[in-house]
Ligand binder design. Structure first.
Ligand code: PEP
Length: 259
């Protein structure tokens, strides 16, 4: 079987100003270290996705204290620079040494009308600037009823990767919209079924090597109580965590899940 380093990613959404962000990251690093005492396997990679205004202070802290954490932004512009008031370029994120950037979170798709075409350009922008896009896909409850489990996430993946070629460094987050913030997570079997369909699609579009290397996360009401069973599935390589990523103890125990 192919080994992929698990990624546990915390999407803070619009929570924590820069001072709260510093306090949180500091505490998270301590808690992870503590939890790591008798952790003998190679642990997960742990990433935080703070609001834009927190990124610089979070970078400073992680770098100055040499914390074993990485970070990314929650969105980026499809453009590199120019007259786009309020937008943030991938260039700027790259200058802050962001590793990742979320692309197409369901809240961006619905509240900010981000279409598949826009998201394809955002994926391209991320890759152009050396950022790893964490592409979010997922069906609504209606989609699920009408089209079954995998059709919409697979179609979203195809659309977002329309212009991608070569062997890009990507992460895919499968986030059923009905499971986000609802307390009702997909079952491990449901999540695995879609993750496996997404990986087959990656193989078809970009080849087996990229499909094998790409981490596919599950997101939607992940907690310390359900992470282990999700992580036992062969095609689930981590989690994108919303609500539970705002509680240090809870997020740290998700990151230090034991299979
Ligand atoms: C999310 O919005 O990415 C998410 C997974 O949220 P929650 O964990 O709160 O369901």
């Amino acid at each position: 079987a192919v080994k992929r380093v698990p990624l546990i990613a915390g999407n803070w959404k619009m929570n924590f100003d820069h001072e709260q962000a510093i306090a949180f990251v500091q505490k998270l690093a301590w808690t992870l270290k503590d939890a790591n005492h008798d952790y003998d396997e190679k642990g997960s990679e742990v990433a935080v996705f703070p609001p834009f205004t927190d990124l610089r202070p979070v970078q400073n802290l992680i770098w100055s204290d040499k914390l074993e954490l990485v970070y990314g932004a929650q969105d980026l512009s499809e453009h590199d620079s120019g007259a786009y008031t309020g937008e943030i370029s991938g260039q700027f994120l790259s200058a802050l040494h962001c590793t990742y950037v979320l692309v197409g979170h369901s809240e961006r798709r619905t509240m900010h009308n981000e279409t598949d075409e826009i998201l394809a350009r955002k994926v391209a922008a991320a890759l152009r600037h050396g950022l790893v896009p964490v592409l979010c896909v997922g069906e609504t409850a209606d989609d699920l009823e009408q089209h079954g489990p995998s059709a919409v996430p697979v179609a979203q993946l195809r659309a977002a990767l329309a212009d991608v070629t070569g062997t890009p460094d990507l992460v895919i987050a499968y986030e059923p919209v009905w499971a986000i913030g609802s307390g009702l997570a997909a079952t491990p079997e449901q999540a695995e079924q879609v993750a496996s369909a997404l990986r087959s699609t990656l193989a078809e579009l970009l080849g087996q090597e990229v499909a094998d290397a790409t981490r596919i996360l599950y997101g939607g009401s992940v907690k310390s109580s359900n992470i282990a069973s999700l992580m036992r599935e062969p095609n689930i390589d981590g989690a994108l965590v919303g609500g539970a990523s705002l509680d240090v103890t809870e997020f740290a125990s998700i990151a230090r899940f034991q299979k």
